[in-house]
Design a protein around this ligand. Structure first.
Ligand SMILES: Cc1cc2nc3c(=O)[nH]c(=O)nc-3n(C[C@H](O)[C@H](O)[C@H](O)COP(=O)(O)OP(=O)(O)OC[C@H]3O[C@@H](n4cnc5c(N)ncnc54)[C@H](O)[C@@H]3O)c2cc1C
Ligand code: FES
Ligand code: FES
Length: 504
């Protein structure tokens, strides 16, 4: 039976409007949770984007999404169409593989490079690679190897192999944009600006068949809507929720999106730290914070793929409360706080009071995460965040350890240690933290400290790691965090102290 339509207050229904391959689309889809990929392939008959995994892993469905940022810049990112919901595209410009070549069929430089360097064999993955390369092209990538590897880490190819694809990408450093592409970019810009100007006068909505999707464009309306419809599904980048739909086949009757509120799409900086709004993506945060937190830059490099980081949000990663979410341990160690909003009132909560139990958090009904605050590091605090996963790229953690150690005269005076993968929630290692006080900053932990760490957690065995492995890894991460600087000063290899000595 179709559930009743849940209409949040303040919602004025209108179709979803976006630019698809240069043409404006106004559509009220049959279902609010239809994925962009299914709509493209089944309704729009654009079958160039492929479905490989339907869970954001393989990149075969990649499309290019251009979006106007609050400061007026337009960003161009590859995104996984299989886990994007169609209503999320409102006000954006989408390019699929059918619209990469020129108006007379001229190959785009990224396509020509793939041809010239034999970058494709079976072609199932190729549309996705083309769109990822196009995203790099439109974003002004320098086409150096590390950047290229990061750019295509979310695209799987099992036939060609990555060598020719990387060579093709490297060749793009010398290519120039064709006139027709510049005209397309200008037309996209006009659409994004026009929509933005008009959007301030309207709210957003698409709804049909008993489902609703509401994307208020200001914070007060968002807070009122969530408070008035506490059962509606709060949605941000949908890199978790998309899988509930494609893999778990959950039926969600009502969505309220945080993404259209401009003030939530910002990172504000003051002397104390950074305030990251609920709509800020991982990619945005990675770029904005890499100078102050180079260790987070490296962590984000290991977080999902460019597609996932372009869409998924920092606050979504904290709000979902996964015990193996990557940001929570690092943010716990850094002393992050949340602003939680309910209607007109808000409260501030330390992140370590937020996680209550397995996938359970301190949000009251009708409340949401408005922002996360990260204090700045001072020059006496050493911060390390280390992720252990089975693969380097695109893999969720088995264990994640983060350490913020303040020291004076060579001795630790304050310690904050966060772990993921060791308990039902991301958690601090409080006994270990206490044992670290007074310990020399650049010397390996004593057995007393390691035993304290053992006592902080009772990890479980699952498909990612056994309990014994997790315990051993946690010890090794602590050793690495304490000895990294000492080892590099001594000129020895960091790895000699990093992951050896695992007894599990
Ligand atoms: C291929 C792939 C790879 C991934 N790799 C990693 C990885 O390496 N490390 C990792 O940690 N995660 C990973 N993830 C998980 C996911 O990307 C992150 O958890 C992401 O940050 C979730 O953010 P989102 O904006 O997409 O959340 P959504 O999917 O929109 O929402 C997730 C949950 O958070 C809630 N929520 C979102 N925003 C708010 C808010 N402001 N207030 C209250 N509740 C809110 C939603 O209601 C929902 O319950 C991966 C996912 C995929 C598909
Ligand atoms: S189909 Fe695999 S990432 Fe979308
Ligand atoms: S050419 Fe990429 S999977 Fe075959």
């Amino acid at each position: 039976m179709t559930p009743p339509l849940m209409t949040p207050p303040l919602m004025t229904p209108r179709p979803v409007r976006f630019l698809l391959n240069g043409r404006r689309v106004d559509i009220t889809p049959d279902h609010a949770d239809v994925t962009l990929l299914n709509w493209l392939r089944q309704d729009a008959q654009l079958t160039g984007s492929k479905e490989g995994c339907a869970e954001g892993d393989c990149g075969a469905c990649s499309v290019l999404v251009a979006r106007r940022q609050p400061d007026g810049r337009v960003t161009h990112d590859a995104a996984n169409a299989c886990i994007l919901l169609l209503p999320m595209l409102d006000g954006m410009a989408v390019t699929t593989v059918e619209h990469v070549a020129g108006p007379k069929g001229e190959l785009h430089p990224v396509q020509q490079a793939m041809v010239d360097h034999h970058g494709s064999q079976c072609g199932f993955c190729t549309p996705g690679f083309i769109l990822s390369l196009l995203a790099g092209w439109r974003s002004g990538l320098a086409w150096q190897r590390p950047e290229i590897e990061d750019l295509i880490a979310g695209n799987l190819c099992r036939c060609t192999g990555y060598g020719p694809i990387i060579t093709a990408a490297e060749s793009l450093a010398a290519a120039t944009p064709p006139e027709w592409e510049l005209a397309r970019i200008a037309a996209e810009y006009d659409f994004l600006e026009g929509h933005h100007a008009q959007r301030q006068a309207h709210g957003l909505l698409t709804s049909d068949h008993g489902q609703s999707f509401y994307a208020p464009d200001n914070l007060d309306d968002l807070a009122d809507a969530i408070a008035a419809s506490p059962d509606a599904q709060i949605i941000a980048g949908a890199t978790d929720i998309g899988l509930w739909i494609t893999k778990q086949h959950r039926h969600l009757p009502a969505f309220i999106s945080v993404m259209a509120v401009e003030e939530l799409n910002r990172i504000d900086e003051d002397d104390a730290g950074f305030t990251i709004g609920a709509g800020v993506s991982h990619h945005h945060a990675q770029q904005a914070l890499r100078e102050h937190f180079p260790q987070l830059d490296e962590l984000w490099r290991r977080f999902g793929s460019r597609q996932v980081r372009a869409t998924g949000t920092v606050c979504g990663n904290l709000a979902n409360g996964s015990p193996i979410g990557d940001l929570a341990p690092a943010f716990l160690a850094l002393g992050a706080e949340l602003t939680l909003r309910h209607g007109a009132s808000s409260r501030r909560l330390p992140l370590d009071a937020f996680f209550l139990g397995y996938m359970d958090n301190a949000l009251a009904a009708g409340e949401f995460v408005q922002a996360v605050h990260l204090p700045k590091l001072d020059d006496r605090t050493r911060f390390r965040a280390i992720k252990i996963s089975r693969r380097f790229d695109q893999d969720i953690s088995a264990v994640m350890g983060a350490f913020a150690l303040r020291h004076d005269n060579g001795v630790i005076t304050e310690a904050r240690v966060g772990f993921g993968g060791m308990a039902a929630t991301p958690a601090r290692a409080s006994a270990c933290e206490a044992a670290l006080i007074g310990h020399a900053i650049n010397s390996a932990p004593t057995e007393r400290i390691l035993t304290a760490l053992d006592g902080d957690f009772t990890p479980i065995s699952d498909v990612r790691a056994s309990a014994g492995y997790r315990r051993a890894i946690a010890r090794n991460l602590l050793i690495k965090a304490l000895t990294d600087d000492a080892v590099s000063l001594a000129g020895a290899g960091v790895h000699s102290l990093g992951l050896e000595g695992i007894t599990a």
